[in-house]
Write a protein that binds this ligand. Structure first.
Ligand SMILES: Cc1cc2ncn([C@H]3O[C@H](COP(=O)(O)O)[C@@H](O)[C@H]3O)c2cc1C
Ligand SMILES: O=C(O)c1cccnc1
Length: 332
């Protein structure tokens, strides 16, 4: 655990030279300065983390981690845990939403089933994971990133994981179950109230995890959430920019922000999920979302949807003419 903590607290910064070169070229392009808004910031962000004045999106990888959750036995999801494995099969067959969106985005799709989809412990009665299980899950996430990647999109599949994400968010940022619990895959109001009580029970049981973000992630998280944390960490050490997906993915990455003040600087939040806690979590992490499409699916769908936006931003930066080239008058 201490090696992981050290890896989370000693993080490389972005490439300031690449960022500056991008700003310098941007100022010469045939548009009013700043007129491409966040697209300009996205190019600078990509280049600063890729260490390139000419950011590329040739190799975009979507990784979905799948895991099961013991807390499902508390009736926190309208769906049975067996759907996790069935959806892993559906990903392999090309039938899920993410298969379609990843194809449109020009991204490869990789699915990593965690621990043979064996569930974690029910965290209302015991820590979700012991140290070894947690560290193995973080390592699996780390290993799934690969080397020659220009952009990593992260997502998850795991029935019950909006409960784990809400518990993790509460453990890291405070508040009670009702502040973070949402409808997930379709709970009604009574179901959300029950889910909030289940989260409160978990928070009470693991209060001793206190302010150690890794202990909170181990006790209240899940296997696929730990893997996402490992993947975000690996990407940082390899300077690969990351698009985070919805509520679950954001909560999974959050411990790194709690361990290092700029721990998530190499990530962009692709969208604001309709899941109730996501807006507050995004604010707590100072991660303004790119898209707001009322998605509440997970699977990295929101992350993959933002890839074409990044492609457009890069195309503008690399392909636009300068004022001098086009013979367009600069401002007087
Ligand atoms: C068919 C199906 C496909 C999914 N794809 C993603 N999720 C999403 O819903 C689950 C979390 O919601 P909860 O906490 O309410 O169980 C996760 O698997 C998440 O990825 C799905 C859920 C279902 C049912
Ligand atoms: O935003 C998410 O990550 C989400 C929301 C609902 C269900 N699964 C995931």
């Amino acid at each position: 655990m201490e090696a992981l903590r050290a890896a989370c607290t000693t993080l490389p910064p972005p490439d300031g030279g690449a960022r500056q070169a991008i700003a310098t070229r941007d100022a010469t392009l045939t548009k009013p300065p700043g007129s491409l808004g966040r697209l300009e910031a996205l190019v600078a962000w990509l280049g600063a983390w890729q260490g390139r004045p000419d950011p590329v999106l040739d190799h975009v990888r979507v990784v979905i981690f799948a895991g099961n959750h013991g807390v499902v036995s508390q009736g926190v999801s309208p769906w049975p845990a067996s759907v996790t494995a069935q959806m892993v099969e559906n990903f392999a067959a090309g039938g899920a939403a993410i298969n379609q969106i990843a194809r449109i985005a020009g991204a490869s799709l990789h699915v990593v089933p965690m621990a043979g989809l064996a569930p974690t412990a029910d965290f209302t009665v015991a820590p979700a994971m012991d140290d070894d299980t947690f560290l193995a899950a973080v390592s699996a996430g780390h290993a799934a990133v690969g080397m020659d990647i220009d952009l990593l999109c992260l997502g998850e599949m795991g029935i019950g994981n909006t409960t784990a994400a809400a518990a993790l968010a509460a453990g890291l940022f405070g508040g009670a179950g009702q502040d973070w619990a949402g409808r997930g895959t379709g709970l009604d109001a009574a179901g959300v109230a029950h889910k909030a009580r289940v989260i409160d029970a978990a928070l009470a049981r693991h209060a001793h995890a206190g302010h150690d973000p890794l202990a909170v992630a181990r006790c209240l998280g899940g296997l696929e959430l730990a893997a996402i944390l490992g993947a975000v960490l690996a990407a940082r050490h390899r300077r690969i920019p990351v698009l985070l997906d919805g509520f679950v993915c954001t909560a999974a990455a959050a411990p790194l922000a709690c361990l290092h003040p700029s721990g998530l600087a190499h990530t962009t939040l692709a969208h604001r999920s309709a899941e109730a806690g996501h807006a507050a979590l995004a604010r707590a992490l100072n991660l303004p979302p790119l898209l707001d499409l009322d998605l509440r699916l997970g699977e990295a769908t929101g992350a993959a949807l933002a890839v074409p936006l990044l492609r457009a931003a890069v195309a503008c930066h690399s392909g636009m003419a300068t004022f001098a080239q086009a013979g367009v008058s600069d401002r007087t």
